[in-house]
Ligand binder design. Sequence first.
Ligand code: HEM
Length: 481
Amino acid sequence: METFTTTALGKTELNTIEPLNIEAILKGKFHDYLARPARKLPLDGLIGHGILTADGVVWKRHRTLMKSSFSRKRLEDFSMYEDHVQNLIGHIPSDGSPVDLQELFFSLTMDMSTDHLFGLSCSSLAPTSELSPTPDFGISFDRAQRAAVVKFALGSFDNLRPQPQYWADTKRVRQYADDYIHKALDRTSPMESISGNLAESVTKSHSCDPPRKANVLESFAEQSDSLEEIRAGLLHLLVAGRDTTASLLSNLFISLAREPRAWRKLRAEVATLNGVQPDAATLKQMPYLRQCIDESLRCHPPVPWALRIAARDTTLPTGGGKDQQSPILVEEGTLVLVPLYCLHRHSDFWGADADNFVPERWDTVKPGYAYLPFLAGVRKCLGWEFAVNTAAYVLVRLVQQFPELETGDCRPWAEELGLTMTSANGARVILRTAACAQWSQRLAAFIIAVERLIFTRRLGCATFSPSHAKHFRALSDHLQL
Ligand code: HEM
C-alpha cells in the first residue's frame, strides 16, 4: 500500500510514496500546501523565521536574497575548496589507523558553507582560527536539532514541559551566530553597532571596492536592519547545508568501504586525472563518480522525509477507493508526509536489490518522482548543486590522497534522526596513502612467508593441506598480492 492515513494525538496524517501524488504535492497543487504550520514550533526557537519555516512572501524574500550565492558562476568556482580539503587531510591518520570521518565531515561542511555563503570560513579544521566554534557550540546545535524532532512529535503538548536545556542551547547557538555576523561584516567595514543601520554601513564598505556579487550575509545586511532576520538567514542555511552534506559524504564512504569493487572502479576513474585537482568541467566527465553520489543519496537520503500541511481541502490523484487508484480527499489541516527513505528503497521502483548499494543501476534507471533527495518543484533544495559539487570534489581529492579504503566497522548501518538522517555509528573507516598501502602489503607478504615457513616446519612437509592453501590464497587475494 503506497498511500495510507493514520491518526495520532488527534492529528490526521497522510503518508504517500505514490509518484503521482508526490508530483501533485510538490508541483501541480503546490499552492494547496504549506510548510510553516508543521515547522514553526520545532524550528522557530532555534533558527528563527526564515526560508525553511516560511511560506508566501517571507519565503520568497529569503529565497531571492540567497539565490545569488548559487549562481552558475559561484557554483563552478572551486578556488576555495582546496584549503579546506587540505585541512581535512591533516586530521586523517596517515598510518592506516581507523578514523571517524563523520565528525570531520561535520566540521568540513561548516567550514565550506560559511566560506561559500558568508565570505568568511569559521575554519574549524584549520590549525588555528579565532572564528572556530567551540565544542560547546556543536553540542548545543546538535542537541537543539534533535530536540526539534521531539517538539514536532509532541505538537502543542510541547509547551507543557519545562525545557531549560533547550533554551540554553538555543541561546548559545544564537550567541555564536551573532558573534560570527559581527566579525564577517566587520571584515569589510568596521561597524559600530549591528543593531544600527546595517544597510548603510555595509553599502559604504563596498563603495571603493571593485564591484562584486554580495554573499548571502551581505545581501541580507543590505536589505535588512534586523539582526534577527540576518541571523535567521545564516542559521537556516547552516541547518540546511551542514549536516545534510556531511551525511552524504559519510554515507558515501561507509558504502564504498563495504563495496571494494565500487571503490576500485571509482579509483580507476579518478586515476585519469593523474593527481590533478578537478574543476567543474572535469567532474562532469566522471560518470561513475556521479553514480556513486546518486546511489548514496538514494540509499541514505540525508533528509528522510518531506512534510506539508494542507492549506485547504484538496485532492490527490490516486490511492483511494477499493481499487486504491481513485483520487483521495485531503482535508484542510491534514499533515502530509512523503517518506523519502521508503520511496528510495521500494522494490516496485528499484527492483529486488533496492537495499543494495549498486552505482551501476544509474546506467539505466530514470526514476522521475521515485527519486527525490532534494525534492522538486519551486521549493527544491537551493543548495543541491553546491552539495553535489562539494561531495564530488572532496571524494576525488580523498581518493587521490588515499587510494586504499577499508571499513573500520562491521556493525549494520543504523540511523540517527535529527532534522537530518545521519549514521548513528559515525563513519569509521581506514584510509591508506599509496606509500602506506605498499608498506602494509609488504608487511602482509612477509607475515605470510613466515607463517608458511612455520607451517612447513610444523607439518614436516613442503606442501600445505588444502584448507591451509585455501586460507593463504584468500588472504593473498584480499591483499591483492
Ligand atoms: C546532500 C545535501 C543536501 C540534501 C540531501 C538536501 C535536501 C533538501 C531537501 C529535501 C529540501 C526540501 C525540504 C522541504 O521543503 O521539505 C531542501 C531545502 C533546502 N536546502 Fe537543501 N539539501 C542539501 C544540501 C543543501 C545545502 C548545501 C544548502 C545550502 C548551503 C541547502 C539549502 C537548502 C535550502 C535553502 C532549502 C530551502 C528551500 C526552500 O524552501 O525554498 N541544502 N534541501
